[in-house]
Design a protein around this ligand. Sequence first.
Ligand code: AMP
Ligand code: ZN
Length: 153
Amino acid sequence: MSQPQAPQDPHCIFCKIVHGQIPATKVLETSQAVAFLDIHPVNPGHTLILPRAHHAHLGELPDDLAAHVASLLPRLCRAVRAATGADGLNVIVNNGRSAGQTIDHVHWHIIPRFRDDAVNWPWPQGEYVGDELGQMQFRIEQELRASSDAVGG
Ligand code: AMP
Ligand code: ZN
């Protein structure tokens, strides 16, 4: 029986890269994922990894596909770090416009970091007041219970 076609968006630049319609400097390919160099690197060696299938956001990714991409991260991180001589890496997913996502095909950034580089990090952090922390825990746990009920987990 033939496999169902992976979702694809004809207007998505990363789908075009995945399907070889526009060039990219690829460093790793599997049957389900592709990694290539970011064309506008934060630092040289800045790499993106993404599932071949088009899913806009992390929350829409099937668990097995998320697990596959995640399984490639340790080796890719070791390679990027060794190849660039980076002191560290930021591995991030920008999810939604307000979080800085500009291309709606979920992707992980692997960003080499160097002591005293010019990157503006870390971001400002706040504090919880009173019972805000516990209330937030309750709300997130409630959502997690509801979603695991929905999939029978
Ligand atoms: P984000 O802002 O998280 O959606 O990240 C999108 C990233 O894709 C940016 O860092 C861009 O520099 C990068 N990018 C955009 N077009 C290309 C391309 N054709 N090849 C490689 N990287 C790209
Ligand atoms: Zn896409």
